[in-house]
Design a protein around this ligand. Sequence first.
Ligand code: GYE
Length: 333
Amino acid sequence: MRRFCSLLLCLALVLASALCLSGCHGSSDPTTSKELFVVGFSQVGSESDWRLANTKSMTETFTEDKGYELRLENAKQQQENQFSAIRNFMLEGVDCIVIAPTIEQGWENVLTEVKNAGIPVIILDRSVSVTDSDLFLSNFGSDFLKQGNKSVEWLESQVEGTVEEGDTLKILHLQGTYGATAQILRTKAIEVGVAKHSDWEFAGQLYGDFTEAKGYEVVSDFLRTNKDIDVLYSENDNMTFGAMRAFDDYGITYGEGGQVKIITFDATKKALQYCLEGKINLCAECNPLQGPGVEKLICDYRDGKEIPKHVYAEESIFTKDELTQEFVDGREY
Ligand code: GYE
């Protein structure tokens, strides 16, 4: 009887540890590092508030008490740094690699190496342009074209019938990192908008690399020779903040009742606050809280379930009318 009991106990233990290893929702023992599921995460950088919130979401999701070890590498916006981080992850034999790619091109080789090493890859936030879609399990991110199209539609609704005969609507376009999906598709939306309306034109298209410092620098330079702007279409909040400081320096008014209408992407807390105060006209949301979604994909993969190739977050656009102080205060990022 005793023997039978200890046999049962052994069986129960084996079963429990198997569940710990494969079940994503149960907790495994954090003291036995062997049981942790190791995720190598190659992050773009720390260029924006959006990015910081995205990194935080990942570190708060993949915790030891939930059975994970997250190895985070900051690429400082350099694709080369991502390649070496990923090759190190392979050498270390991590269980899964999550990549937030800086730009779309150039991934074929390194992803083939990872595939040959048998390590699953999840692409986060932006996308990669590869011919073999088996090089990654899934792409969890945002529909950047939809964000751009919604913003352009909003602009159409605002300016329709307001541009005088013989005049044009002058749009200053601040662009993010060239070649990044967020840049390519937000740019596409406004370029299509400008091509569609004979009375819209670009006052300028400036390279802001998604940072506040660069946004301030290039808009300041621009304003030195040209102040004839009706709209700022800025591909992220931080570049917008930089542009707003440049407008302030030159005494150019913006927002509600101002000279320049501002459209910004991300809708982080600070931008929403400005929107509520009437300093920004439109915030197109881009949700950085992607950790839980990535974890769900990893769980499903470990459970042998079918994984969708693309998962897009639900996102909306905000004007002052959709906002309350309570909503802005409750914003997590
Ligand atoms: O809009 C920007 C960040 O790829 C969605 O990158 C991301 C963009 C985001 O630096 O703030």
